[in-house]
Design a protein around this ligand. Structure first.
Ligand SMILES: [Fe+2]
Length: 286
């Protein structure tokens, strides 16, 4: 069981549901980063897909030490629960001044589950903009694609380039659109990634002690006004790339995911989903 004080809170979870990622800047200490770089350079043996994470990266292992740190355990537990399964790892190395970068893509293939895997990315050294770190498109995780379907898109308004300091952790929903950018510096760029599958039903795994207050204190669920803050507001926020005609579909996707994660089938934000579910003939009369 992860230490309760390191679990995510409800607003962080809502942000993950809404935007498909969370980042934790400079979470891993400098000395650990330097050891991790040496370990990555020496080569990191991967476990077989489906191995419980607790059996991966046995000591002595700096990457294992990172994954078993209370902060990372809290993040992992909140999103995919206890002892998730190792899916795969990747050490992404981008050489200086390469001619091309990785095309925009989603990992794996079309995945219609509500359940989600996480991709935990670890940046062991500083990544300035010219080093062209991982690029991601916030809020794209529910636009289901097959791998390189979106490869012709070079830039999307609202995209985020991971410019960060050493020791930063990025956690992604498996469906998010992303790529590795060109490295225009004169140094090799490294990023270590591990994908994890949940081994339990993902429901209320984070620190939910703030849940009711954050849902209800700002705006009643069925109020006409757009919520200004709290979970409803986070789930109702628009990304710059959302098309005017279809942007509300993403709000619906987020509401459905929040219901899935909380088990609260009556949750709504600004009445968007309840309106679509209104079939009076199905109401149970008193
Ligand atoms: Fe990828």
């Amino acid at each position: 069981m992860a230490d309760q004080k390191y679990l995510l809170n409800s607003e962080q979870m809502a942000s993950f549901v809404s935007r498909g990622f969370l980042r934790f800047d400079e979470l891993i200490p400098k000395g650990v980063n330097e050891r991790a770089m040496r370990e990555i350079d020496a080569g990191v043996t991967a476990a077989a897909a489906g191995t419980p994470l607790s059996q991966c990266y046995p000591a002595p292992s700096t990457l294992g030490e990172i994954l078993r740190s209370p902060e990372i355990e809290g993040i992992i537990y909140s999103l995919v629960g206890p002892d998730p399964l190792f899916d795969h790892q990747a050490v992404h190395v981008r050489e200086p001044n390469e001619d091309s970068a990785q095309h925009m893509h989603g990992d794996s293939t079309i995945d219609i589950r509500m359940h989600f895997d996480i991709q935990l990315m670890y940046f062991p050294h500083d990544v300035p903009l010219e080093m062209g770190g991982t690029l991601l498109v916030p809020g794209s995780q529910y636009r289901r694609i097959n791998e390189m379907d979106i490869a012709r898109y070079q830039n999307i308004v609202g995209q985020i380039s991971m410019v960060c300091k050493a020791g930063t952790i990025l956690v992604l929903h498996h469906g998010i659109w992303h790529c590795g950018r060109r490295n225009l510096s004169d140094q090799r760029r490294y990023m270590f990634k591990v994908r994890l599958n949940p081994a339990v039903r993902q429901m209320r795994l984070w620190n939910t002690s703030d849940l009711d207050a954050n849902v209800g204190k700002h705006t009643p669920i069925f109020a006409k006004e757009t919520p200004k803050d709290g979970i409803q507001a986070i789930l109702s926020s628009y990304e710059p790339w959302f098309e005017e005609g279809t942007k509300r579909l993403e709000i619906l996707n987020r509401i459905k995911m929040w219901r899935f994660l909380t088990g609260d089938e009556n949750f709504d934000a600004h009445y968007w989903l309840t309106r679509l579910e209104n079939m009076p003939e199905n109401r149970v009369s008193a």
